[in-house]
Design a protein around this ligand. Structure first.
Ligand code: EPZ
Length: 420
């Protein structure tokens, strides 16, 4: 099983190309189920999750031809199988995003319940309630969600009790082929939602209000061909911004969009980190040498993203002073804490909040990763630690970070992947 070895203590400098957003690409690929025409996505990141989604779509019968050199995927075609099997869905929870498109396109779907994961039980009740509001009949049997509709889905009103990115995306895609108008209230507002809306619009759907908490969609009988560029990955951007800050370096993140990271930029500014739009990207460095303890609370967009919580905590481990990090989205997203503690961090967890007291230096150690963002927070800590850090279970990283060690080594990090 691959591991990553880091010898820390070097200030990183140089530039890193930011790739297409994983959490935009996955729903956009599921949108390929909505049309028998060709949907081409560009700026496609090379990630394990993208390959998993392509495998899932192919077994539904539609094309999912990835051109790695061109960074594109071609989608669309006839649906010949409406079942998403457990062995694929359990590998990647985002597989549940085929549920809405399938039942909207062909009137039926049988999708395995995704089950929980390391960061929480991750229910899909909001996805189910939303589709029922559009007329789908849903039953749960043997660990599968069975959805059916006699004829086309009907537009309706979907009111989410709390914000869900995936449920918003599932309903947007189903509504794009439903008869009449759908209104989604308390919709997620993430840039990835806006990107999906733009793509559905390019395919012929009428979508208004994406980016606000109220989205209106006029469904069409069929959606057409489109070519759509995937937005840059704001979480990859934030992750490498922390790499620059934690090592006291200076990195240009090429292709990154500062507007997508306003809450992160605000919190990093409190911590003494300057993020400035420059040369078609974002330049990141410490404003005046010191890292200061700052607080962060995760919230739905435009708040501080939960997917940046572990990375920010790693940074606060070596800041001057104390920091409080509160996780409000997932019930179990502090698994990086015991591993950071093994590297010498001072962290106390009280329920949904962690109090971090910064130390001058972390010390390298063998550490274990448990989910994508916890994994990368350990890499970030290793970059700043004295000595050698070995991060195990690197497959978590490959799900969401393309060429992580090459991008960091390109900025001077002493980092390599070791097999065995
Ligand atoms: C998306 O997951 C992202 N994944 C996650 O990124 C991200 O952390 C999350 O949104 C929040 O921003 C993708 O986009 C592929 P939610 P999603 O539905 O859609 C609860 C990463 O590291 N909930 O917004 O699954 C849920 O348990 C991943 O890239 C229900 O209770 O997240 C959570 O507590 C991790 N019932 C909260 O809502 C539901 O039906 C927000 O989840 C759906 C969700």
């Amino acid at each position: 099983m691959d591991r990553i070895r880091i010898r820390g203590g070097r200030a990183l400098s140089g530039s890193i190309d930011i790739g297409g957003a994983k959490n935009a690409a996955l729903p956009l690929m599921a949108a390929g189920l909505l049309t028998d025409q060709r949907l081409t996505l560009t700026n496609l990141p090379a990630l394990a999750d993208i390959d998993t989604m392509a495998t899932l779509l192919r077994q539904h019968g539609i094309a999912a031809e990835i051109d790695r050199a061109a960074r594109t995927v071609s989608l669309g075609g006839a649906v010949t199988n409406t079942e998403a099997p457990y062995d694929l869905v359990r590998k990647m929870r985002a597989s549940v995003l085929v549920l809405g498109p399938l039942v909207a396109r062909v009137g039926e779907a049988r999708v395995s319940l995704p089950g929980g994961c390391a960061i929480g039980t991750r229910p899909v009740d909001l996805h189910i309630k939303g589709l029922q509001a559009l007329g789908a009949e849903i039953t749960l049997d043997g660990g599968y969600i069975r959805a059916a509709s006699k004829g086309r889905l009907r537009g309706g009103k979907v009111v989410f009790p709390f914000v869900s990115v995936g449920a918003t995306e599932n309903i947007m895609m189903a509504a794009a082929l439903a008869e009449g108008e759908t209104e989604i209230l308390n919709a997620a507002r993430e840039p990835e939602i806006q990107d999906l809306a733009a793509c559905l619009g390019a395919m012929g759907a009428e979508v208004q209000g994406a980016g606000t908490d109220r989205i209106r969609i006029i469904g069409k009988a069929a959606l057409g061909a489109a070519t759509h560029p995937i937005i840059p990955d704001r979480i990859e951007t934030g992750t490498y911004a922390v790499a620059a800050a934690i090592t006291g370096g200076d990195i240009l993140l090429r292709g990154a969009r500062l507007d997508d990271l306003a809450a992160v930029a605000r919190v990093l500014a409190d911590a003494g980190v300057a993020m400035t739009a420059e040369a078609g990207g974002i330049r990141v460095r410490r404003a005046n040498g010191a890292l200061l303890g700052a607080d962060a609370m995760t919230e739905p967009y435009p708040g501080f993203p939960t997917d940046m919580q572990a990375q920010f905590m790693a940074l606060m481990c070596v800041a001057d002073g104390a920091s409080m990090v509160t996780e409000t989205i997932f019930e179990n997203r502090f698994m990086h804490v015991p591993e950071l503690t093994r590297m010498g961090a001072h962290i106390n967890v009280h329920g949904a909040s962690a109090i971090i007291r910064g130390v001058p230096r972390l010390s390298g150690a063998p550490v274990m990763a448990t989910d994508l963002r916890a994994s990368v927070s350990l890499v970030l800590a290793g970059l700043a630690a004295t000595g050698e850090t070995i991060v195990n279970r690197v497959y978590h990283l490959d799900r969401g970070y393309e060429r992580l060690e090459a991008k960091l080594a390109g900025c001077g990090a002493d980092i390599e992947r070791v097999g065995g």
